[in-house]
Design a protein. Structure first.
Length: 501
């Protein structure tokens, strides 16, 4: 899994989750489904009086959704903070909160198409907490085995605890109007990109970008698969356990493990536990890593004695995988752009007891390192990107997507490549990868870089001859690797190998 979040060069520092601004009053439902509350104050989910004395799962889920919606908070970080707070010790409550937040975000476009006809104003002009409470309730009605009465009552009670009785009455009126309409999805008219918000729960800007890169049919399949809950996949750590030994241990622990289709060290868990309290995780027997992410490092074919640079290394999944593939006998230099990210990288290295890795802070988008010129046999650039290949896992990212994002990220990516390139020895190999399916960040960046530097693309024949374990049909004749959730069951990844002649 990747943490290369869109729109930020250092996105996951603790305590840096954005705060949403105050929003307007809720809009009144149509058809007499409820009254518009008078003089409703704008909701700020971070204000001192906004947190009820007894926090429920649904009220906390609404608060998280409001922060994601209001100003770009990251759902996974907010969920993690809530679960670590100790307010929800019951494992069923913890699972419910995750499902409510992530499920609502995956299906938000469809939910909005259900709700919007029952409001007299747009959802964007409806109170921040109310619109997310409505989405949460409709998600339960459409996609969860939650009794109708429980879904409505619990959600309305959560709104009451957050915003008071008047606003709760408004939400109750809208939801009852939705029920009288049989929770019907109202599909808009117009071209596919305009309809996709309701059909595939994606903003029109993202649908248009995907259609340009993949074509309409492939984009539809990609977005449909992104609505599904992704598998929980881990990579066995060969420095302390074998795959067979870990599978047997996880089976005895009731985790329902099954080996991955392509990744040799990959295991899917049907019944995972909370990783931060899991002894196997804490002792470094595995790390959480999508199967697609596990197929990136093998492309570089790390060997004993190789000097390898991992330029954008945090949180360390691919760094430690490179070390493992080289049997712990490569010389790996792993960098990232801030102390916070390098600290996270070091934690992963230490937990997995991965040898041969040196770490330090450097921002390759800003400059090269003259002291490292011609030093490395191989380099990995796991570039920051829009992250649209992992929206089934981070569904909030698709609602933050802007049309200008791919071009902005492409400039950052090309700068990193240009600054890493001088550190390679003649004959050295650079692996460029993203977790984006958008051509503007992928093939277009590689083609531009090849034109600028004279780098040589490593073709399909060489990649397959080296024994790459991934799906062979994912490799084009030009050597471009593209993994897709609807074709390979992985997150979306792109990769290309470049040789310095």
């Amino acid at each position: 899994m990747s943490d290369k979040r869109p729109g930020s060069k250092d996105p996951r520092q603790p305590g840096k989750v954005p705060r949403p601004p105050a929003s307007g009053r809720p809009g009144a439902p149509r058809g007499g489904a409820g009254r518009r509350p008078a003089a409703v104050q704008p909701f700020n989910p971070n204000s001192p009086g906004s947190k009820p004395s007894k926090m429920t799962v649904r009220s906390e889920a609404i608060r998280i959704l409001a922060r994601v919606d209001g100003d770009g908070g990251f759902a996974d970080i907010l969920i993690d903070h809530a679960l670590r707070s100790g307010a929800f010790p019951d494992i069923r409550d913890r699972a419910l909160m995750t499902e409510l937040v992530m499920g609502t975000l995956r299906r938000r476009g469809t939910l909005d198409a259900v709700i919007s006809p029952h409001l007299s104003r747009t959802l964007e002009k409806t109170d921040l907490s109310v619109r997310n409470a409505l989405r949460l309730a409709v998600y339960q009605l459409l996609y969860m085995r939650v009794p109708e009465r429980a879904a409505l009552f619990e959600t309305v009670e959560a709104v009451k605890s957050l915003r008071g009785e008047q606003v709760a009455g408004f939400a109750n009126g809208v939801l009852r109007s939705v029920l009288r309409d049989n929770t019907r999805v109202h599909l808009p008219e117009g071209p596919w990109a305009a309809r996709v918000g309701a059909e595939c729960s994606a903003p029109e800007a993202l649908a248009t970008a995907l259609m340009r890169s993949m074509g309409g049919p492939e984009a539809s399949l990609f977005l449909a698969e992104a609505l599904e809950k992704p598998p929980f996949t881990v990579r066995a750590n060969p420095f302390c356990v074998t795959v067979g030994g870990l599978v047997a241990h996880l089976t005895d622990a009731g985790r329902e493990p099954s080996v991955c289709r392509f990744a040799p060290d990959g295991i899917k868990l049907g019944a995972p536990s909370a990783i931060h309290t899991d002894t196997d995780f804490r002792q470094g027997r595995y790390l959480v890593m999508d199967e697609g992410a596990q197929l990136i490092a093998p492309l570089l074919s790390p060997r004993e004695g190789d000097a390898i640079l991992d330029a954008c290394a945090a949180p360390g999944g691919k760094t430690t995988h490179l070390a493992a593939l080289a049997g712990g006998k490569a010389k790996i230099t792993a960098t990232d752009l801030s102390e916070a990210r390098v600290a996270k990288l070091r934690q992963t290295i230490e937990r997995l007891q991965a040898p041969g890795i040196e770490t330090f802070v450097h921002d390759w988008s800003e400059s090269t390192l003259l002291s490292a010129e011609g030093l490395f046999d191989k380099a990995l650039v796991d570039a920051p990107c829009t992250g649209m290949g992992i929206i089934r896992r981070n569904p909030d990212a698709k609602w933050h997507f802007k049309p200008e994002d791919p071009a902005r990220m492409a400039e950052l990516q090309i700068n990193i490549l240009r600054n890493v390139w001088p550190t390679l020895k003649p004959g050295g190999t650079l692996l460029y990868c993203t977790c984006s399916p958008l051509r503007e960040e992928d093939e277009a960046v590689v083609e531009r870089f090849v034109d600028d530097t004279g780098a040589t693309r490593v073709g399909r024949g060489v990649i397959l001859a080296r024994g790459w374990p991934g799906p062979h049909e994912a490799v084009s004749e030009d050597g471009y690797v593209r993994l897709l959730p609807h074709r390979h069951g992985t997150d979306g990844f792109f990769a290309a190998l470049l040789r310095k002649d």
